[in-house]
Structure formats: C-alpha cells, structure tokens
Design a protein around this ligand. Structure first.
Ligand code: CA
Ligand code: CA
Ligand code: CA
Length: 215
C-alpha cells in the first residue's frame, strides 16, 4: 500500500508542471468599433488559483508575421480560480462598450489587434495557448474577427501552440460596425461566460493527495 501511495504521489508531482501552465486560458478576443477601432484586447480565464501572475504574459502575432514574443507581462499579483482577466490598452472605451472595467491595462501596442492577428499566451516564456495562426494573416480566414469578436467554447483549452479552430465561436466580421455597446450587437460577445467543468489535474486537490500519502 505504501508503495502504491508513493507511486501515486510521484505521478501527481510529475503532472504538476502541466497543471501549473493550464491555470490560465485565452477565452476571448475583441476588436471594438469605438474611436480608433477600440476597445481591442483579450479575455483570459483562471482555472485554478495563481499566486504570482507575473509568470504569464501575452503577445500579439500581427498580420501573419509570426511570433512577436511576449509583449506584455502580467504584474506580480494573485489571481483567483474562476475569475476572468480582461486585458486592453483602451480602459475607457472598454468600460463604455462592455459596461465594466478591464482588469489589466497595457501600454503600447501589445493588444493592438484588428481581427487578423493571433494571440499567444506564455508561461515562463513558453507558449501554452494560442488564438489564431501566428503565421497566417487572418483576413478572410475562418478566424477573421475584424470589428467583431471570437470566444472559446466551454470546457476547451488550453491548446498549446497549435490553434484549435473548432474550440472557438465567432460573431462574424463587422458585427460591431456602427455600434456603441456590445449589447446592441446582433450577436453580442458572450464576454465573461466561459466555464470549465473540470479544473484540470490540479482539481485532484493536493491536500487530498497529501492526506492519502500521510495516512
Ligand atoms: Ca505584436
Ligand atoms: Ca493586424
Ligand atoms: Ca468594419
């Protein structure tokens, strides 16, 4: 029995790096219709508590030009399981358009996306999730979301560095044209609705495993 417990404990420890990188998922992208084509940005979903968000970062791979690397690094702060992160450079227009404040405001062009750009999520410098093909300009591709949005299908992701088109839904190009709020859209972005039934291997509560091991 003791051997079994040790084997189980070892197996769990080996899966921990995977579980850690699966703590954050890209769940949405948006390209708004307000001044300057704003708000632009992404939504992420926290699958399990993160003590230090600064091990994660984002990059926008623009116009099929391949990776730009990590262009934005999250601040050193905690994030709670089940919460959504909304990252944009356009705080004021984000709030006007979606009706609530974004959680993270970036400087510069890290979130400068306009429907044909891919998004990479990094964990300690390694890509753990991606939206879009970083090497393809998204114009007229199935994932084109110019003046529109893309949203992850529930219970999917993260997808590593290979874009999984089937895991995404779309508003369709130009669905936001001429609008002032998301709610007015024929098909509004379902922002803040992603859910994940299983919380990855980390839902195998470490406390439960330790209790078993110490028995
Ligand atoms: Ca970029
Ligand atoms: Ca672009
Ligand atoms: Ca348009």
């Amino acid at each position: 029995m003791r051997l079994l417990k040790i084997a189980l404990f070892t197996a769990v420890m080996l899966t921990l790096p995977l579980a850690a990188s699966a703590q954050l998922i890209v769940t949405g992208t948006f390209d708004g219709p307000l001044t300057g084509g704003t708000p632009k940005g992404v939504e992420l979903y926290v699958t399990s508590d993160i003590a230090d968000l600064s091990v994660f970062g984002l990059g926008s791979a623009n116009n099929g030009g391949g990776t730009d690397g990590e262009e934005y690094t999250f601040p050193a702060e905690a994030a709670m399981a089940g919460s959504y992160l909304h990252v944009t450079a356009d705080a004021e227009n984000f709030e006007a358009f979606f009706g609530f404040a974004p959680s993270h405001i970036v400087e510069g062009y890290a979130m400068s996306i306009n429907g044909d750009d891919a998004i990479e999520l990094f964990h300690n410098g390694v890509v753990i999730d991606v939206f879009g093909d970083i090497n393809v300009d998204g114009t007229d591709e199935p994932w084109d979301h110019v003046d529109s949005w893309a949203y992850r299908v529930n219970n999917t992701g993260p997808d590593g560095e290979i874009f999984a088109l089937a895991n995404w839904t779309f508003g369709g190009p130009n669905v936001f044209d001429g609008l002032t709020t998301n709610g007015e859209a024929l098909l509004p972005m379902p922002i803040g609705t992603f859910t994940m039934e299983t919380v990855g291997s980390s839902s195998l509560s470490m406390d439960a495993i330790k209790a078993l091991y110490n028995n």
